[in-house]
Ligand binder design. Structure first.
Ligand code: IPE
Ligand code: IPE
Ligand code: MG
Length: 253
């Protein structure tokens, strides 16, 4: 029996498989949850939690490179978060704008390359311009790749990938039976990123909420009770440490 192809989510692009043995995760995704509950516990409005959440972002971005993390993907706004009250959505968009405006110089100085995933074309033109500017300005940086998920949802991302394949099939560029998992992986927003190794979710919730579902096929999951605004470099270090003692088998032995 011939052994079937290694599934794309388990592509041997890891350092371990390439002989560069390392216990640490290369690509970490974080579901930054619990801002509202953090604020509620302090009798503050929900937006105060979001504001404090930006501080936590600053801390993890600073801590990540020293922990050996190459790519950090942060879930900032989901394709379902539009269901929230208009003023909260507006506040979150304002925070994003402010973050990009005030942090870009520092991020650039620190060698951080910014990119974005999700259907962010739906965001306002002024934010789109900032996203483009941030991408271009930091394109040559190599210390950390910071990926921000905006209007992101896995189901939407996979749907867009499938649509693109359907177009190729309809145009006769691809045979229906020739479609492989690798073709889907190659059409996802994360196509050029390394395999996702670790997903962290704060606030005690234990679900993916439409975050990197395809990519997380063989990722390790770490859940913490901490609300996002309380998360910091030390919390990230602990999650990386927990990852280090997991045994990844990818279905093998
Ligand atoms: C995460 O915190 C931030 C976003 C989803 C944008 P929440 O706003 O979801 O906080 P909780 O879950 O209500 O506490
Ligand atoms: C997930 O958190 C989205 C982000 C962190 C951006 P939510 O708070 O929206 O998820 P649910 O609604 O609890 O599943
Ligand atoms: Mg939440």
């Amino acid at each position: 029996m011939t052994s079937p192809a290694v599934p794309p989510a388990a592509r041997p692009e890891t350092r371990a498989a390439s002989g560069q043995e390392s216990a640490g995760p290369r690509h970490v995704g974080i579901i930054m949850d619990g801002n509202g509950r953090w604020a509620k516990a302090r009798r503050l409005p929900r937006i105060a939690g979001h504001k404090s959440g930006v501080e936590a972002v600053r801390k993890v971005v600073e801590a990540a490179p020293d922990l050996g993390i190459e790519v950090l993907t942060l879930y900032a706004f989901s394709s379902e978060n539009w269901k929230r009250p208009e003023d909260e959505v507006g506040y979150l968009m304002g925070l994003l704008k402010q973050y990009l405006l005030s942090e870009i110089a520092e991020l650039d100085r620190n060698g951080v390359r910014l990119s974005f995933i999700g259907d962010y074309s739906r965001l306002s033109p002024d934010i789109l311009a900032l996203l483009e500017g941030a991408k271009t300005r930091t394109a040559g940086n190599t210390r950390l790749r910071l990926v921000i998920a905006l209007n992101y949802g896995s189901q939407d991302e996979i749907t867009r990938a499938v649509r693109s394949i359907a177009h190729d099939v309809a145009a006769g560029r691809m045979a229906p039976d020739a479609v492989t998992p690798a073709d889907i992986t190659a059409r996802l927003d994360t196509a050029e990123l390394p395999q996702l190794d670790l997903v962290i979710r704060t606030s005690g919730e234990q679900r993916l909420s439409n975050f990197l579902m395809w990519q997380a096929a063989y990722a390790e999951l770490v859940f913490t009770e901490q609300y996002w605004p309380d998360f910091d470099g030390e919390s990230l270090r602990r999650a990386v440490e927990a990852f280090g003692v997991r045994e990844r088998r990818y279905g093998g032995l």
